[in-house]
Write a protein that binds this ligand. Structure first.
Ligand code: E4P
Length: 221
């Protein structure tokens, strides 16, 4: 499973890139607004940092305007993936832009039929929101599993980009369900490293090693 970082913050991106496991970045209007620059400027900054797909959201909501905004975002950098909401206008814009070879991430997906629409419209990625769906009491991981199975049934090349992930268990479950990508905030990515037995084991290994070499230094061996 590929790992995307869900942020528009350059410091967070730099921090995660040093691990060598980040395959791309996703943003949304809320994340971009937090950085205080318009979308095109912030996306250009991110594209200079990341060697991989960078999802850039459209703000327009009507097909024609979305299509124009999508084309303009795609011109910023070859790594830009235009992010459109899963509405009727969004699907129409997806069909048009995909036909022209612009990669699309259809976002705010909460049902398998919506994901089927995204694939039929030629989307490169569909983003089912696991955490937000579970907030309503519906099972989020079942949605990932269903979309993966449906895409396999018909040989769709659209990749399932599991979004709105809230913890390491979500990441593992999405990987098990066959999601192609998981996008997550820095805090969640950092939490994937953690286990108390890793820290405890390392401490013990280093203590044992130091005890031996401290003894050798004293005894002159
Ligand atoms: C993905 O593209 C979205 O930006 C993101 O995963 C939404 O996550 P949230 O529900 O935690 O805001």
């Amino acid at each position: 499973m590929k790992f995307f970082l869900d942020t528009a913050n350059p410091d967070e991106i730099r921090r995660a890139l040093r691990w060598g496991i980040v395959d791309g970045v996703t943003t949304n209007p809320s994340l971009i607004a937090r950085e205080g620059r318009p979308t095109d400027e912030q996306i250009a900054i991110i594209c200079d940092l990341v060697d991989g797909p960078v999802s850039a959201p459209v703000i327009e909501t009507e097909t024609r305007a979305m299509t124009m905004e999508g084309r303009s975002l795609a011109r910023i950098h070859p790594n830009v993936v235009v992010k459109l909401p899963l509405t009727q206008d969004g699907i129409a814009a997806c069909s048009e832009l995909s036909r022209d070879g612009i990669r699309i991430n259809m976002t705010l997906c909460f049902t398998a039929p919506q994901a089927l629409l995204a694939a039929k419209a030629g989307a490169c990625y569909v983003s089912p929101f696991v955490g937000r769906l579970e907030d309503t009491g519906a099972p989020g991981i079942d949605l990932i599993r269903d979309i993966v199975a449906i895409y396999r049934n018909y040989g769709f090349e659209t990749q399932v980009l599991a979004a709105s992930l809230r913890g390491p268990a979500h990441v593992a479950a999405c990987a098990l369900a066959g999601a192609h990508v998981g996008t997550m905030p820095l805090k969640l990515m950092e939490s994937l490293f953690l286990h108390p037995l890793t820290d405890k084991g390392l401490e013990q290994f280093l203590n044992d090693y130091q005890k031996t070499f401290a003894f050798e230094a004293i005894s002159g061996r």
